[in-house]
Write a protein that binds this ligand. Sequence first.
Ligand SMILES: [Zn+2]
Length: 112
Amino acid sequence: MGRPNEFKVAKSFTLGMTEVAWLAEQVKKGDKASKVINKLIRHAIAEEQDKKPPLRWCTECMVNTGRYKNDEGNQFFCEKCEKRDYVLEELYKQYQGRTNHLEKMLDESSKT
Ligand SMILES: [Zn+2]
């Protein structure tokens, strides 16, 4: 039983055993640990920016709260009380419909 591989970084922090084992696997496949971690963080940042919920007045909590989407992205729920926001869903649908309509118009005008 030897010591597990160590990963050196300029600032030290602690990783869980499962995470270190997974990272070691990635490094064995040929990627640098820093490259793997940077990729994960970039992915997390992009995901967070994409999922940042819009603030809206919740009729259930009676406060301005954030909304989160379901996995399909077509339903919105209050961050606090998890009440479904049908009004926001309707607005979102209309917005998407307009965007699709606009894209179609632009598409057709570029053909002529
Ligand atoms: Zn609420």
